[in-house]
Write a protein that binds this ligand. Structure first.
Ligand code: C2E
Ligand code: MG
Ligand code: MG
Ligand code: MG
Length: 279
């Protein structure tokens, strides 16, 4: 390549990187104000029980609508929030709002919808965070037993010995504990029975492929098998087709979540759905 070509390439990548950095800075700057301005909201994606074929719970997912940037999605803003420390307020906002919404939908009785909330691994080592969760449950009046905290495998960057007592403490309070995006990161099979987990959630990337690729298929089958043998609830996320659903039913998976049933819904849409299910 000529010298000019190389220089052009260099400038191209250099500009690309600047654009990415500027976008990130903008996100960070705007996110700091998003909470106060009421730009953040929470959507709820239904989780269906495979065997009873009914709605049993929802996963709360953060949503951000910015007046000029439009919809910004969690895959972009969660990592920014984690790096800048804003994740603390963000996760607590989502947790509180979700508890309030679910409590309003139905109080704690028999058959009440379960709630899953994502908790950043960054949070888990913050001592006051634990108390904050319990305080919110008490003030809203929702039982921690109704709530499952979803934590990704990335939590193990903290090291197993740090994570284990934190998990134990959360379990003692009654929260369910789910290992989210299972199979993608730091997971080790030994974690499954040496941690007080209640649930594992098979990552969407496996569900995407398992009809077409033998390896993914075997992996999904194995994860469901091991999870069930260890007495855990096994959830499949990202289910988009009937064939995927049928196969998961065959493997005896407990819960499914995905566009095949519903996209994440506003609380109003969820209420309507719950009403329809009652009839
Ligand atoms: P996740 O916890 O694994 O959530 C599942 C993601 O898959 C959600 O993306 C959901 O909208 C999407 N999804 C569900 N079903 C389907 C499907 O059938 N097909 C496809 N293609 N996608 C599906 P979302 O809402 O964009 O969230 C992305 C990630 O951001 C979440 O992954 C979670 O790790 C994180 N996140 C979202 N809200 C929060 C929050 O309040 N706090 C924290 N710490 N993390 C959050
Ligand atoms: Mg999740
Ligand atoms: Mg997941
Ligand atoms: Mg994920």
């Amino acid at each position: 390549k000529s010298k000019a070509d190389k220089k052009g390439q260099y400038l191209f990548y250099n500009n690309l990187i600047s654009v990415q950095i500027m976008r990130k800075m903008e996100i960070q700057h705007e996110l700091a104000r998003a909470l106060e301005r009421g730009e953040l909201s929470v959507h709820y994606q239904p989780q269906m029980s495979m065997r009873e074929e009914k709605l049993v719970g929802v996963e709360a997912l953060a949503r951000w609508f910015h007046p000029s940037l439009g919809n910004v999605f969690p895959d972009e803003f969660i990592s920014v929030a984690e790096e800048s420390g804003m994740i603390h307020d963000l996760d607590l906002f989502v947790f509180r709002r979700a508890c309030e919404d679910l409590y309003a939908l139905s109080s704690n009785g028999e058959g009440a919808l379960k709630l899953s909330v994502n908790i950043s691994p960054v949070q888990l080592t913050e001592p006051e965070f634990f108390c904050d969760l319990v305080d919110i449950c008490t003030s809203v009046g929702i039982a921690p037993e109704r709530i499952t905290l979803e934590i990704t495998e990335n939590v193990f960057i903290h090291g197993f010995d740090i994570v284990k007592p934190l998990f134990a403490k959360l379990r003692q309070q009654g929260f369910g504990l789910s290992l989210d995006d299972f199979g993608t990161g730091y997971s080790s099979l030994s974690y499954i029975n040496s941690l007080p987990l209640t649930e594992i959630k098979i990552d969407r990337s496996f569900i995407n492929k398992f009809l077409d690729f033998y390896q993914s298929d075997m992996l999904v089958r194995m994860i469901v098998g091991i999870g069930r043998l260890c007495g855990l609830v096994v959830v499949a996320e990202g289910v988009e087709t009937k064939s995927q659903l049928d196969k998961l039913l065959n493997y005896d998976c407990d819960l499914v979540q995905g566009y095949y049933f519903d996209r994440p819904l506003t609380i109003e849409q969820l209420s309507e759905k719950v009403e329809l299910c009652k009839e």
